[in-house]
Design a protein. Structure first.
Length: 260
């Protein structure tokens, strides 16, 4: 369903952009929404499709074995939606606040059976009873509901008939409503824990198309978490899971359709 939605969004944007471009090439075409960008404040909404995965930095002791990575991330596709508030600074700069809700599901695989060799304990882990990892122990399907609040500074060029290119960059405050960060259970009980409050940076580029009643903007945005999302397992849990990961950070590429 998520992949279908992403393809539908891409197809819709390409189709609209193609038709719009054919119209905008006509030199006698009247400019539309001429005063729209002169407003100090304007509003809108957006829909988006996402491609998400994790950037993983592994612990060299528990996360690697003979130069092989023991933890792997599987990318996934999802969707989201949100609102737009634009504040005009001047003819070339705007500030945008675009709070949204993003739904995601990713998968981590822990092939860390070889960590049983450390059962006698180490400087970082006490002795533990080794486990024979089952498929349920190795695979973590991580569901996330993210409240994403990006603040973006937008730099745009001059209008060309009824279109205008732009680039934007900024920072995000992101709350993971399914982080399990306060859970007493951990990976030993098949509960994956991550941070609730997160910070990220984003970069975006797109083209704004002006129609009679609204402005349509197809855009590509990259969002990259800056903090480590991994919450350590409990002290008594064997080093098969969180101990194998030094840093875990979400990466997202988003296709966005904005309506203003």
């Amino acid at each position: 369903m998520n992949k279908f939605l992403l393809k539908a969004l891409v197809l819709a944007s390409v189709s609209i952009a193609t038709v719009a471009n054919a119209q905008f090439r006509t030199r006698n075409r009247m400019d539309r929404l001429e005063d729209f960008d002169q407003k100090k404040v304007s509003w809108g909404f957006y829909l988006n499709g996402n491609r998400l995965d994790y950037k993983i930095v592994l612990d060299p002791r528990y996360g690697m074995y003979e130069n092989h990575n023991l933890v792997h991330s599987k990318e996934s596709y999802s969707f989201g939606a949100g609102l737009i508030a634009k504040f005009r600074l001047n003819d070339y700069l705007d500030v945008r606040v675009e709070p949204g809700l993003q739904f995601a599901q990713r998968q981590l695989t822990f092939n860390t059976d070889t960590n049983s060799m450390y059962q006698d304990g180490s400087l970082t882990n006490p002795p533990f009873a080794p486990l024979v990892l089952t498929e349920k122990d190795r695979v973590r399907d991580i569901k996330s509901t993210l409240v994403d609040v990006p603040v973006l500074l937008e730099l745009h060029g001059e209008r060309w008939y009824n279109s205008r290119p732009y680039v934007a960059a900024g920072v995000n405050y992101i709350v993971n409503l399914q982080s399990n960060s306060d859970s007493a259970d951990d990976n030993l009980q098949q509960t994956f824990r991550s941070t609730t409050h997160n910070f990220a940076w984003s970069a975006e580029m797109g083209i704004q198309f002006y129609f009679n009643k609204f402005k349509l903007t197809p855009a590509i945005r990259g969002t990259f978490f800056m903090n480590n999302e991994m919450v350590s397992d409990n002290a008594a849990t064997p080093p098969y899971w969180s101990a194998a990961v030094s840093t875990l950070q979400t990466r997202a590429i988003m296709f966005v359709l904005k309506f203003e």
